[in-house]
Design a protein around this ligand. Structure first.
Ligand code: NAD
Length: 258
């Protein structure tokens, strides 16, 4: 029996079979969880439905996190299928492409800053705010963050402040929801070639640099992140909340590569 047997997990952020959310969904399904998926646009809906079916799931709901109404409607539709939820995975981020290359100060705009924070950080709090009535007494919320939250990384630009805000969200939400038995954590993943990452300037050289400099001498995979996510959202991690777990092959822990 898998260590997530009997758990129901809502997975946001699957866009392709390279998505980190897909690595998480596969690990959670393998460990026995029942899954529900969301998709951002109708264009993605068909692909996500096919991928969901591979995990044995028939629950696929539209969700654009830019709208509180849409978040509420998604939970109403989910409640028609499930009486409660044990795991919510937030694997969603966005900043306009012109924000993700070159000088931070030259590229950042008021609008770009607002969009990045709204879609990439507020949406995690919103998922908890509108879904908390469905959360079971031993449930776990998880988000995906990046080293740019705590270090200035070239081209990551406004996503750095947005991820810093997201990590603060993890702490505030953990403090508030802990008494209800709800744990809230983040995984800070190393760079992985996904649709979202491809929009970051110089991403290919970033992958190469990290693979050479990281203690494990390779980039992490969606399987690495998926396995850590399955653990963090399981009862095996019952004592862990408010935490950012680095799944980056140790890159963030070393200071010099010669
Ligand atoms: P991805 O492109 O596969 O996934 C991003 C998802 O965000 C997509 O499914 C997209 O539909 C969704 N999304 C964007 N705007 C949305 C909106 N308004 N409403 C609903 N969904 C929306 O890329 P990914 O790399 O798997 O990204 C998942 C998460 O992992 C993001 O938070 C990202 O910042 C984080 N992350 C990625 C890396 C990396 O190198 N790929 C590293 C660390 C953290």
């Amino acid at each position: 029996m898998g260590f997530l047997a009997g758990k129901r997990a809502l997975i946001t952020g699957v866009a392709s079979d390279r998505s980190i959310a897909w690595g998480i969904a596969q690990a959670m399904a393998r460990e026995g969880a029942s899954l529900a998926f969301t998709y951002q646009t109708e264009r993605l809906g068909e692909r996500v439905r096919e991928m969901a079916a591979e995990t044995g799931s028939s629950i696929c709901l539209p969700l654009d996190v830019a709208s509180d109404d849409e978040i509420r409607r998604m939970y109403d539709a989910l409640a028609a299928r499930w009486t409660s939820v044990d795991v919510i995975v937030h694997s969603v981020a966005f900043a306009p492409r012109d924000q993700l290359a070159g000088s931070y100060l030259e590229s950042v705009t008021r609008e770009g800053f607002q969009i990045a924070h709204d879609i990439s950080s507020y949406s995690f709090a919103a998922l908890a705010k509108y879904g908390r009535h469905l959360l079971s007494p031993a449930s776990a919320l998880l988000t995906l963050t990046y080293l740019g939250a705590v270090r200035a990384i070239p081209n990551y630009n406004v996503m750095g402040p947005a991820k810093a805000s997201l990590e603060a969200n993890v702490r505030f939400m953990a403090a508030e929801l802990g008494a209800a038995g709800v744990r809230v954590n983040g995984i800070s993943a190393g760079p992985i070639k996904t649709l979202a990452a491809a929009g970051i300037g110089g991403f290919r050289s970033m992958l190469q640099h990290v693979a050479n400099a990281t203690p494990i001498r390779r980039n992490v995979t969606i399987e690495d992140v998926g396995n850590a996510a399955a653990f963090l959202c399981s009862d095996l991690a019952a004592g862990i909340t408010g935490e950012i777990l680095y799944v980056d092959g140790g890159y963030s822990q070393v200071g010099m590569s010669l």
